[in-house]
Ligand binder design. Structure first.
Ligand code: SF4
Ligand code: SF4
Ligand code: SF4
Length: 203
């Protein structure tokens, strides 16, 4: 929470573009540990947690049921579509095919709309913006494939209680993996903290 407030202060001081640059600056750390900015510092993550805890309280067992497990995977690719939309818009802008007005109004407005709606959706679905819509998350998620330090599960210690799965905000089946290599992981370490038998380690 403290780091998320620091992230919020940076966001307020330097505007929405700051997220992009902070994510960029955190790349060296992400190459070691994955997208830690997402798990620990992103103010949008903090807002989703706050809205999500309200959703949990009000919806009870209906919380997190809006998206089925079957739909989860295909939907998670949508954030790459959003990232592609931004990159193509930037290239078209550089080539002067679209002008400043379209870039600053239409493209920016679409991206802000997507982000605001997706953060509000976290009332129904844990970290909805991170799971399905965030372009920065899409870019930094790729570091999961190359990060040096990975979460590893020791099957001889694991009692298959499933607690790590239940706390994962990104709906990763940690208890079914020996090494967590998943682009959805935001390096929040909730699974590691939850495991009472020390079966999960970052190595
Ligand atoms: S995925 Fe996006 S919204 Fe979620 S924590 Fe990362 S940067 Fe923030
Ligand atoms: S919380 Fe620990 S013991 Fe339980 S399933 Fe996960 S790794 Fe295994
Ligand atoms: S709970 Fe574990 S697997 Fe899930 S996002 Fe956090 S660090 Fe990754």
């Amino acid at each position: 929470m403290f780091l998320q407030l620091v992230g919020l202060a940076i966001f307020i001081d330097f505007g929405s573009q700051s997220t992009f640059y902070v994510v960029l600056l955190s790349v060296p750390v992400a190459l070691l540990f994955g997208p830690v900015y997402c798990g620990w510092m992103c103010p949008r993550g903090m807002f989703q947690n706050i809205i999500g805890s309200m959703g949990k309280r009000i919806l009870g067992k209906r919380y997190n049921t809006l998206v089925s497990k079957r739909m989860h995977k295909p939907l998670s690719y949508f954030r790459y579509v959003v990232l592609l939309f931004l990159l193509i818009s930037m290239v078209l802008h550089e080539l002067r095919i679209i002008d400043d007005l379209i870039m600053d109004s239409v493209v920016t407005d679409v991206l802000i709309f997507i982000m605001v709606v997706s953060i509000l959706l976290s009332f129904f679905v844990d970290r909805a913006a991170c799971r399905y819509f965030c372009k920065e998350g899409a870019a930094s998620s790729l570091t999961n494939l190359v990060k040096v330090r990975k979460i590893r599960r020791n099957p001889s210690l694991c009692c298959s209680c499933g607690l790590c799965d239940s706390v994962c905000p990104m709906w990763i089946d940690v208890s079914k993996k020996e090494v967590v290599i998943d682009t959805a992981c935001i390096s929040c370490m909730k699974c590691v903290q939850k495991c009472s038998v020390d079966a999960l380690r970052v190595e």
